[in-house]
Design a binder for this molecule. Structure first.
Ligand SMILES: [Zn+2]
Length: 603
């Protein structure tokens, strides 16, 4: 007779208990964002990267992943950190036009922004937050989470760039311990000391050697430096976070394989093996070992079950070509460039030539660039007065940016006409406020027109890409690149599928197990998804946002997606810029863009 109420009571208690545990477990979820910089999706298999292949197999396998174009580190770090596209974050490339001389970049108006001092200057100049969106780590810190960003200088700080005092978010990168380093709190310094680790990471050493046109670059991966970063994350930071008993968000940015693929000396002046030689493969394994170390540390701390791991490479990768038949710059002779190869700064030189205007080097205190010389880093100021140039070229690699400070439509038409004649160009995207130009598509079509605070480029130039022939074309893409690196070394930044197809995977309590996601996803979605998992407010200054990858989360339904192609009107010479993209609702995913026949993956 009394059994029923007792059972009912037990049921109630069990239900309350279960609810309590469920909410406690939900609150306790942690997130690690692991970024293997420059890891091509197609290179991950049990042989090259066993830890990543296993995680992808057991967790979520994103088959249709996307880096954002321009496919560089800083733009994509800004997308991951905010959940927004580049038109909102204003990080249009790794080297941008700042609109003012940056003292921390030796007075250049075209600073390379993988630099903590430069990032600080941009924040000061642009209302205290040059991204104009709140980053994930800033939001997590404000919500009481433990936060850390560890790894490659530049993208690491992006995740909490407005908090530089070191008293809350732990920021440890290449420049820790130097004047450009972010300070560490006393608690972190004490923990470092107690664990017997040096107070600052080692340099890249041999891995940092890029070589030159006569000397091959490095043949070693960035193992020594990254071992320090991985050990610091696993043996110092995770135990500290565990002891605090609060949920955490940790970003680990692995410079490899990017740094080694850029600098590798396996292929000097040759297209093969290019970025598929032994040094690049060792670099992929190096990043994989770091992931394995982090997972082992989670296990050791008893955090594996409550921690989600998202892996997202910032971009893919390609081998560099320096060949052109149309470039005037390639016909000059340079002390440091093989005969008939494109020098660094070929766009700046060719445009100055086409416009019949002088060229100055912002990386050499605006010194004039005379014949048979090239701008040091490839950047150029075109016009009679370098302090008020008519055009600014920010050289980046697989794509370059052109800024027209006077917003002159006639000049834009001349620049477009000159670029349409070059065999190294594959696709031009022009600021729609300058007008419509046959052969080009508007910046808005690739989500580069938004709420950005930094100067918006007038023209984005994509360079030609092709393959050396392999079963998966995105694994052996080659691209023309505006860089001081050599033919046969590695670069990215183009709108080929080789550079947009980044590696992505996820595992943990907020993801399905053994799930293959065929829907398009991007680095902007990474930011949105992490915010969702941690219950953080989403930054909404701009409207160009990614989406939560709900289909990969428990109970999530499949999303509908479709493919579209946009074609420009033909230019006088018949060239059309073509854009292939996918859509989930209103969210765009850019596969490839360029001139047909000149971009890998553009059909
Ligand atoms: Zn890179």
């Amino acid at each position: 007779m009394h059994l029923r109420p007792v059972l009912f009571a037990i049921g109630c208690i069990a239900a309350i208990f279960a609810a309590h545990f469920a909410s406690a477990a939900e609150q306790a979820h942690n997130v690690i964002l692991f970024v293997p910089d420059g890891l091509r999706a197609g290179m991950v298999n049990a042989e090259n990267a066993p830890a990543m292949a296993a995680l992808r197999y057991k967790g979520v396998d994103f088959r249709n992943s996307h880096a954002l174009f321009p496919t560089f580190t800083m733009p994509n770090s800004s997308a991951m950190a905010t959940g927004h596209y580049l038109g909102d974050t204003g990080v249009f490339s790794n080297t941008i036009s700042s609109g003012f001389p940056v003292a921390a970049a030796d007075g250049s108006v075209t600073p390379f922004i993988e630099n903590n001092a430069v990032l600080g200057t941009l924040d000061e100049h642009f209302s205290g937050n040059f991204l104009n969106e709140t980053t994930l780590l800033a939001a997590a810190r404000a919500a009481g989470y433990s936060t850390a960003a560890i790894g490659k200088v530049g993208p690491t700080l992006v995740f909490d760039h407005t908090a530089r005092a070191g008293d809350n978010t732990i920021v440890l990168d290449d420049s820790t311990g130097t004047p450009n380093g972010i300070l560490l709190s006393k608690a972190v310094i004490d923990a470092l000391e107690a664990s017997g680790f040096p107070a600052a990471p080692p340099s890249r050493g041999e891995n940092g050697k890029a070589g030159d046109a006569q000397t091959a670059g490095t043949t070693v991966a960035n193992v020594i430096q990254q071992d320090y970063f991985a050990d610091f994350a696993g043996k110092v930071v995770l135990p500290m976070f565990k002891a605090r008993g609060k949920p955490f968000l940790l970003v680990f940015w692995s410079r490899d394989p990017d740094g080694s693929q850029h600098n590798q000396g396996d292929s000097l002046n040759q297209l093969t093996p290019g970025i598929n030689g032994p040094t690049s493969l060792a670099a992929i394994r190096n990043a994989d070992n770091d992931l394995a170390k982090l997972r082992a540390a989670l296990e050791a701390q008893g955090l594996a079950e409550t921690t989600d791991i998202l892996i997202a490479a910032d971009h893919g990768f390609s081998t560099i070509s320096k060949e052109s038949k149309t470039s005037v710059a390639a016909k000059q002779t340079y002390a440091d460039v093989p005969a008939n190869f494109l020098p660094p700064g070929f766009v700046a030189i060719d445009l100055a030539n086409a416009l019949a205007l002088p060229l100055f080097d912002p990386n050499a205190r605006n010194a004039p660039v005379v014949e048979n010389n090239h701008p040091k880093a490839g950047n150029g100021l075109i016009g009679k007065d370098p302090d008020h140039p008519d055009a600014i070229v920010a050289a980046n690699g697989g794509s370059d940016l052109v800024y027209l400070p006077n917003r002159d439509s006639k000049l834009a038409a001349k620049v477009v006409a000159a670029l349409l004649e070059q065999d190294y160009v594959s696709g031009l995207f022009v600021d729609e406020s300058l007008g419509q130009f046959p052969g080009t598509l508007p910046l808005a079509s690739i989500n580069l027109s938004g709420s950005a605070l930094t100067p918006k480029p007038s023209i984005v130039i994509n360079f030609r890409s092709f393959t050396t022939g392999c079963s998966q074309s995105t694994n052996c893409a080659v691209e023309i690149a505006d860089t001081t690196l050599q033919q046969g070394q590695g670069m990215h930044g183009s709108f080929s599928r080789g550079d947009t197809l980044n590696f992505m995977a996820a595992i943990g309590p907020d993801f399905k197990s053994g799930f293959v996601d065929q829907a398009p996803v991007s680095n902007a979605d990474i930011g949105q998804t992490i915010a969702k998992i941690l219950g953080l407010p989403v930054s909404r200054e701009g409207k160009l946002a990614g989406r939560v990858i709900s289909e990969a989360m428990p109970g999530g339904k499949a999303v509908k997606f479709f493919r579209q192609t946009q074609r420009s009107k033909p230019a006088a010479n018949g060239r059309r810029t073509v854009l292939q993209y996918q859509m989930v609702g209103a969210t765009r995913y850019f596969d490839a863009g360029g001139f047909p026949g000149r971009t890998v993956g553009l059909h």
